[in-house]
Ligand binder design. Sequence first.
Ligand SMILES: Cc1cc2nc3c(=O)[nH]c(=O)nc-3n(C[C@H](O)[C@H](O)[C@H](O)COP(=O)(O)O)c2cc1C
Length: 206
Amino acid sequence: MDTIVTGETTGGGRTARIGEPPLRTAVIVGSTREGRAGESIARWLVGHAEEDERLDVDVVDLADFSFPSRYPRRPAPAMTEFASRVERADAFVVVTPEYNHGYPASLKQAIDYGCDEWFAKPAGFVAYGMSGRGLRAVEQLRQVFTSLHMVTVPDVVSFDLFDGSVVDGRPRDAEAAEMAARRMLDQLAWWAHALRAARAAHAYAA
Ligand SMILES: Cc1cc2nc3c(=O)[nH]c(=O)nc-3n(C[C@H](O)[C@H](O)[C@H](O)COP(=O)(O)O)c2cc1C
C-alpha cells in the first residue's frame, strides 16, 4: 500500500514518503553571466524547494565550475564533478534565462558533460527573460533532454524580468509564483518517485 500523503502540507512543505529517502534534487543554475539575475531567482526557488520535505536539494551553480574552454580528450576534474552531481540526482530543476531565443551556452556546455547520468530522470524549469519569459529556452531544453532519455514536466515557473513582476530578485506576486513552483515541484516529485523506483527495479534500456 502506498503510504504517501501527497499534497498534505507540513510547515509549508510537502510530506516525504514514509520509509523512502527524499528525492535528491539538483537545482542547476544555468547562467554564469557576471551580474546575472539567475542567482537571486535560483535562491528564491531553492528557498521553496528546501521547505519541501520530499526533496533533498543540491544547488549546482555552473558559475562554481571551472570548465575547460575546449572539450578535452579526457574529462577535466570539473566535468567529472558535474557529471557525478548529475548521477547522484533523482530529479533536476533547471533555472534558465533566455538568450537570443534559446538557452545559454553555459548550460549546453554542462549538459553535454553527462550522458547516462541523466537517463530516466525528470526535469522541471524555472525560466526568465523579457516578454518571452524564458519559455523559448525551455522548449529547446525539452528537445535536448528528450535526447538524454529524460522526462520534462509540463508546468514551468516563468518570469518576465522587465515588466516589474520581479522586484529585487523576488517575484512581486509571491503567492502566484509560489503556487506555480508548487505545481512544478509536485509534477517533478511524482515523476522522480516513479522513475527512481523503475530504475531500481530494472536497468534502464537506453
Ligand atoms: C546575450 C543575451 C541575449 C538575450 N536574448 C534574449 C531573448 O532572446 N529573449 C528574452 O526574453 N530575453 C533575452 N535577453 C534578456 C535576458 O533574458 C535577461 O537579461 C536575463 O537577466 C539574463 O539572465 P541572467 O541575468 O541570469 O544571465 C538576453 C540577454 C542576453 C545577455
